[in-house]
Design a protein around this ligand. Structure first.
Ligand code: PLP
Length: 394
């Protein structure tokens, strides 16, 4: 919805790239426009989702969390039960299938903590494509298990050794390779960010979350949820679940950004709450920027949420007031992490724990006849060593 031909959501979005890559983005947009109306493409996608990814993922009534909280009934959409343990595989499979249909041989991307790299390397292996992942040298050291996973899956890792040797430099490095190889490679963006058509395309591939959850809530409770909550890094899992309910004015939607250690610059990654309009990585949105207009330093205990921007459709949905955006900090997210393990036997990703924390706060204020649906974007196995070494077992 709300996207015109240039890929704008109100004033946000667009494609701000050098002409050779902008022309390639137009070819990707055209190929995608054709394929998304092609029944054979859609059939193939749903076959893979069912027989490889493990979809549909269930909705779980969080019995223990609801009774401990008191108030509204809390439900969880279980994206943690996807193959590879999070929602990112939804768009990586879609992007890889698009690459195959466009005749590309290689998938190219950057990764920060390695989650996008692992999901993309998985999709590349499934389709027999080459995969090249650019990663800051600092992150390669920090995220050893994910680096090992990507190598096992057959991906080539390119450690980036200039500047801060982190995510921003990894993006620059991957774009440099892409500008030389776009005829044979597809750059696969890891969220609803980047130049048109990626915010639309990634949202469409993630919308399976919302479509499933809508039917599952109707089946389980006889009505739509009253409230839907998701965490927002770049915003793909949130757009995925929101898109099932955007047209239902009775359903209130909440995006939860990471407040990290607090509202001072450098201590959080809450772009919509503290940011200003600007252009980054080929698109216009609300960004956290430093004094010179570059991306500001960001922080969250959940490394999948620490991006200094947000998808353009979120910036638009905030501007029209359709979605409420709020924040949850490290401490509250950690509490929710420990709580859900014990109350319902589910170890959530630290990213998802931000949404759980907000869902609990919301449910507390609501009557028991109302329902809160929380998108559990991923499982927390990747986080347990870090959490237990730093904070112990509570
Ligand atoms: C990457 C990640 C996120 C954040 O990405 P979005 O594009 O905002 O969804 C959230 N949860 C998990 C488990 C992730 O791996």
């Amino acid at each position: 919805m709300n996207t015109n031909q240039e890929g704008y959501f109100g004033p946000f979005g667009g494609c701000f790239l050098p002409e050779n890559l902008a022309a390639e983005m137009r070819r990707v947009a055209e190929a995608y426009r054709r394929l998304k109306a092609d029944p054979a493409f859609l059939r193939e996608l749903s076959y893979i989702r069912k027989h490889y990814q493990g979809r549909p993922t269930p909705v779980t009534f969080a019995k223990g969390l609801t009774s401990q909280t008191g108030g509204a009934q809390i439900y969880l959409k279980r994206e943690d039960l996807n193959h590879t343990g999070a929602h990112k595989i939804n768009h990586c499979i879609g992007e890889a299938l698009l690459a195959v249909k466009m005749g590309k041989k290689k998938l190219l991307a950057e990764t920060g903590a390695g989650q996008h790299g692992v999901a993309l390397a998985t999709a590349a292996a499934y389709f027999g494509l080459e995969c090249e992942i650019h990663m800051g040298a600092v992150d390669v050291e920090k995220e050893k298990p994910n680096v090992t996973r990507m190598r096992l899956l057959g991906a080539k890792i390119v450690p980036v050794t200039f500047g801060q040797q982190s995510l921003k430099e990894a993006v620059d490095s991957a774009f440099e390779t892409y500008s030389k190889e776009y005829e044979t490679a597809l750059y696969c963006i890891g969220s609803v960010v980047g130049p048109h058509p990626f915010p639309t395309l990634v949202r469409d591939f993630q919308s399976v979350i919302g479509a499933e959850a809508r039917g599952q809530m109707l089946e389980m409770t006889g009505s739509l949820p009253n409230h839907v909550v998701a965490c927002v890094g770049g915003g793909s899992n949130a757009m995925g679940i929101f898109s099932g309910f955007l047209e239902d004015s009775s359903v209130k939607l909440y995006g939860v950004e990471p407040l990290g250690r607090g509202g001072e610059p450098g201590n959080h990654a809450a772009s919509l709450s503290y940011g200003t309009p600007g252009i980054l990585h080929g698109f216009k949105s609300i960004l956290l920027q430093d004094a010179s207009g570059g991306p500001a330093p960001v922080y969250s205990v959940a490394s999948g949420l620490d991006y200094p921007g947000v998808g353009p459709e979120h910036a638009y949905l905030k501007s029209i007031g359709r979605v409420t955006y709020d924040t949850v900090g490290d401490a509250e997210a950690l509490d929710a992490f420990y709580t859900l393990c014990k109350t319902d036997g589910i170890i959530p990703a630290l990213e998802s724990a931000h949404a759980v924390a907000y869902g609990v706060k919301l449910a507390k204020k609501l009557p028991p006849e109302e329902t809160v649906l929380v998108n559990l974007s991923g499982r927390g196995d990747k986080d347990i060593d870090f959490i237990v070494s730093k904070f112990g077992v509570r």
